[in-house]
Design a protein around this ligand. Structure first.
Ligand code: ADP
Ligand code: MG
Length: 591
């Protein structure tokens, strides 16, 4: 089972990491014992060691359970040659080390009742024995004594001897699957097996950022995190841009776990929407310290980003979710990468709103972007008088029109058009005449264009660059889009390229019209900005209270052109009293 799911391609699936609270109570005074048979029967059975990355996962998990602050992983080839995991954890006594390599021996669980509250990543007492079964195994360990212990299992023979080693444990696994040709046969290419290991270590590193991790492949270090927090971990695992343009957050809520209320806490880091990926694999989630593959939680994170994400793009995020131990069952899958959550929907809702709140309050401007949330967008402009300073909001009609009174007239404001005008001017202002900032798409997206649009893509390469697109031919009429405009908390779609090309071609047909003297593509640029301003703006159906409505009205009045949206439609209709009087067949306005 585990194998087939691993083969489905989610490298993160291999992750099994650490509990937040370092080690559970049972591990605190490690004493390895054999589990009673009745308990063994209740533990999700399955093959533990199915591929090299599973070995790495089990060994890293043991290091974290031992309270390590450093975990160094070294892999040769695809991992079947050699895997070594060294930690600075609490180590094992000689007696414990000798027993630990036997089946169903653990220091983390006493009996089945403990399963309800297991705080460690391991609990089945199977990993070392399974590894020893499938490979040669050496455990070198020291729990703080003068002399350490080396336990070797080769061809089923266990031998124990003295070893020099500082406190901690090193486990070396060689010749994995040497006598299991079918297993070896089922492995992917060495590069892909190593890629699994690499994503696995990355996942632990971002979800357990207080621990320093390193990964060395064939003698070359490929990743190293300092163990100093999530931003530094993102820097090591991703890149500078992702790390610096991200926000750390924390959110707490009380959740009704199907009849029993419990505290939920989620913390972690969210990359700003200027960094996206094409798959959801970069949404890392841990539940009670255990990295899990949970599509519902990943979807909740993406939902929290909402319209900040271009369509088809997925965020980069690392979230640690903590819920009461009784609300989760880790014992549902041999690889322990799945957990059963009570009230999964309520948990997903809490995660979604935590992410949304964090992004709303995050200062997205730090990333050179304009925050497009309602509050920031309606903040008054210093030193500008509003045309609607004295207007009073009467109410909202059909969740779209704001009814207002100003100078004896009735004003009807289209809230979407008004907000779009505000956002468009903010955007234009923030960009002045500079090139539109862009965000790179990694991986690039391919867009197939009709022949006319393809010709335009060739002809307007420079203009596209100024508009924030990076486009290169990819054979025939297919183009690779490696960067898109990203002037807001919002990144454009690769698809927006088609609209922009269409606008550039239209524009070419009307050379000499009043493009405002800002160069030939000014009109196209404005059209692009107008489209980008449209998306985060209020829509029909968004309920506004009087206070927000008043702010919108004031802010609209501060615009250069308050009376039309960027697409040229009116924002405000004014009905004077005489019109009403005429409608009611009154001969004078008031009597
Ligand atoms: P489990 O983790 O489920 O207990 P394992 O077979 O992985 O089962 O490990 C057996 C026992 O060996 C653990 O319970 C723990 O006491 C001990 N152990 C394994 N690895 C380490 C390590 N790196 N540091 C300290 N103790 C370890
Ligand atoms: Mg274990």
């Amino acid at each position: 089972m585990a194998d087939r799911e691993d083969a489905a391609g989610d490298a993160a699936a291999d992750a099994d990491a650490a509990a937040d609270t370092d080690a559970g109570p049972a591990a605190a005074n490690a004493e390895v014992r054999e589990l009673p048979e009745s308990t063994v029967e209740r533990i999700a059975a399955g093959e533990v060691v199915t591929r090299p990355s599973r070995v790495v996962a089990e060994l890293v998990e043991n290091s974290l359970d031992a309270g390590a602050t450093r975990v160094d992983v070294a892999v040769d080839g695809d991992g079947t040659d050699r895997i070594r995991v060294a930690d600075d954890g609490r180590g094992m006594s000689r007696a414990d080390a000798a027993l630990a390599v036997e089946p169903h021996t653990t220091s983390k669980l006493r009996d089945a009742a403990d399963l309800e509250s297991v705080g460690t990543l391991g609990f089945r007492g199977e990993a070392l024995a399974s590894v020893a079964d499938a490979a040669d195994l050496t455990v070198t360990t020291n729990d703080g004594g003068d002399v350490g212990t080396e336990v070797t299992v080769a061809d089923g023979e266990v031998s124990v001897s003295d070893a020099g080693r500082a406190r901690g444990t090193t486990v070396t696994v060689t010749d994995l699957f040497a006598d299991r040709p079918a297993r070896r046969e089922s492995l992917a290419s060495p590069a892909r097996e190593f890629a699994r290991i690499s994503s696995l270590v990355a996942e632990y590193a971002v979800l357990r950022p207080g621990v320093a991790f390193s990964l060395t492949h064939d003698g070359t270090e490929t990743v190293s995190t300092p163990g100093t927090g999530v931003t530094d971990a993102l820097l090591a695992v991703y890149d500078r841009e992702t790390a610096s343009q991200s926000t750390a957050f924390e959110h707490r809520a009380d959740v009704d776990f199907a009849g029993r209320t419990g505290a939920l806490r989620v913390d972690g880091a969210l990359a700003y929407p200027s960094t996206t990926r094409s798959t959801r694999e970069h949404v890392h989630v841990a539940v009670n310290g255990r990295p899990v593959r949970n599509e519902a939680l990943r979807a909740a994170v993406a939902q929290g980003y909402g319209s900040l994400l271009p369509s088809g793009r997925e965020p980069v995020a690392a979230l640690r979710l903590d819920v009461p131990a009784w609300a989760v069952d880790p014992n549902v899958h041999p690889a322990k990468t799945r957990v059963a959550l009570r009230a999964a929907d309520a948990v997903a809702d809490a995660v979604e709103s935590g992410v949304r709140d964090a992004l709303t309050t995050a200062d997205l401007r730090r990333s050179g972007e304009v925050a497009m949330d309602l509050d920031s967008s309606l903040a008054p402009v210093d030193g500008v008088d509003s045309d609607f300073a004295d207007a009073a909001v009467i109410g909202q009609f059909r969740d779209l029109y704001l009814l207002c009174e100003a100078d004896g007239d009735l004003l009807v404001v289209d809230q979407h058009a008004a907000h779009e005008r505000v956002n468009y001017e903010r955007l234009r202002e923030s960009l002045a005449d500079e090139a539109v900032p862009s965000a790179s798409l990694d991986p690039a997206e391919t867009v197939s264009l009709d022949p006319g649009a393809a010709a335009a893509a060739e002809a307007y390469r420079d203009e596209l660059g100024r508009l924030g697109f990076d486009v290169e031919p990819f054979g025939g009429t297919t183009y690779r889009v490696t960067a898109v405009p990203a002037p807001l908390g919002r990144v454009a779609d690769a698809d927006a390229l088609r609209d922009v090309l269409a606008a550039l071609r239209d524009d070419a047909g009307t050379v000499g019209d009043d493009a405002g003297g800002r160069g030939g593509d000014a009109g196209v640029r404005d059209a692009l900005l107008a489209d980008l301003a449209c998306h985060p703006s209020l829509k029909a159906g968004d309920a506004l209270d009087d206070e927000a409505a008043t702010k919108l009205l004031r802010r609209l009045g501060e615009c250069e052109q308050p009376y039309a949206c960027p697409h040229g439609r009116p924002t405000v209709l004014s009905v004077d009293e005489a019109t009403l009087a005429a409608g009611f067949e009154r001969d004078s306005a008031r009597r």
